[in-house]
Design a protein around this ligand. Structure first.
Ligand code: TYM
Length: 332
């Protein structure tokens, strides 16, 4: 059976981008057709300035939201990354496999390190090594497929390179994984600035739909989305990014095709209204289920404890094998 791994980092409230780009597929497809592991990757939240209490809170919230969205602990394994030591153990071996040059080329590192420098904070070393830890997350489970949004493709490519290099040098150890992404909405853009990704770590909230926004807030944000000059509704990501983004979101929310949908609209206003209605309906059950689950923290805690135990059982033999392959003396 195919192995699937993916994760979400608790650096902010989960967004519509996270949902359409990744989480919805985990729920609707991945957990049903494979042996799937999903993780709240909290160690990754420490790579930039962070508030400890907020990371704790957001980790619990992210796990609760993933369950609310429909991850079923009977079908998949849901756990918190820091509860499974194997990630950090394997990350070190992969640091001894990766080079400084290939990590400095990562687009997210280049963008985020500039931001960290500009804000006067130093650039944490872990920001540079972040993709190596991500590779460890994936490789520790013999993962075949990694369902992610478009922004993570480069990191999965690096993961493949590291797996191949390790296998060539030290003998066949890791499965070489591949990224999968949704046909539409692999990159949901910010509603106020449709040339940048809708990202949960951005400070400004007006262009970001959060999964826990109430219906009125979702409507307001979508109705105020920046559209392009021009009036015709056409699907063109290059010259009409604002309208294309709304069409992508509407298509994803209604299982439609963005180009075909464009033909049915004579004005931006009607498109915004239908998009807002569709997103409100899409998120309603998630928000309702989240409220129920948040009232039962014992249940979420139990799911995460069981998930971590299962994940450990899967990762340990493989990581132990990697330790031996690279030449470290076995302890036992
Ligand atoms: P993160 O937490 O930024 O995002 C979680 C998932 O949501 C997708 N995503 C989007 N998709 C479409 N449009 C958007 N605007 C958008 N924003 C986010 C992301 O592509 C991702 O699939 N490095 C990862 C977390 C991670 C991971 C892993 C993922 C750590 N280890 C191992 C897979 C496998 C990240 O920062 O995702």
């Amino acid at each position: 059976m195919k192995r699937i791994f993916s994760g979400v980092k608790p650096t902010g409230h989960l967004t519509l981008g996270n949902y359409l780009g990744a989480v919805r597929r985990w729920v609707e497809v991945d957990q049903h057709r494979s042996e799937a592991l999903f993780s709240v990757v909290d160690l990754h939240a420490l790579t930039v300035e962070h508030d400890p209490a907020r990371v704790t809170r957001l980790s619990r919230q992210a796990a609760t939201l993933l369950l609310a969205a429909g991850l079923d602990p009977r079908l998949c394994t849901l756990f918190v990354q820091s509860h499974v030591d194997e990630h950090a153990r394997l990350s070190y071996l992969l640091e001894c496999t990766a080079t400084d040059g290939e990590l400095r080329r990562m687009i997210q590192y280049r963008e985020k390190s500039v931001r960290a420098r500009e804000s006067g904070d130093g650039v944490r070393l872990s920001l540079l090594t972040y993709p190596v830890l991500m590779a460890a997350d994936i490789l520790a489970y013999g993962t075949d497929e990694v369902p992610v949004g478009e922004d993570q493709r480069q990191h999965v490519e690096l993961t493949r390179d590291l797996a191949v290099r390790f296998n060539q040098r030290y003998g066949q150890t890791f499965t070489v994984p591949r990224a999968t992404q949704p046909e539409v909405a692999a990159r949901v853009m910010d509603l106020q600035d449709p040339t940048t990704k809708m990202g949960k770590s951005h400070a400004e909230g007006a262009g970001i739909v959060y999964l826990l926004d109430d219906a009125e807030t979702v409507r307001r944000k979508i109705m105020r989305a920046v559209t392009d000059s021009g009036r015709e509704v056409v699907y063109d990501r290059e010259s009409r990014p604002g309208v294309a983004n709304l069409l992508d979101v509407l298509a994803a929310a209604t299982d439609g095709d963005p180009e075909a949908l464009a033909g049915g609209y004579a004005s931006y206003g009607a498109l915004k209204k239908d998009t807002a209605d569709a997103v409100v309906e899409l998120l309603r059950p998630v928000r309702e289920r989240h409220a129920e689950l948040a009232a039962d923290p014992g249940y979420v805690h139990g799911v995460l404890r069981d998930g971590a135990e299962r994940a450990r059982g899967m990762a340990r033999p493989l990581v132990d094998r990697a330790y031996r392959a690279i030449g470290l003396l076995p302890a036992g």
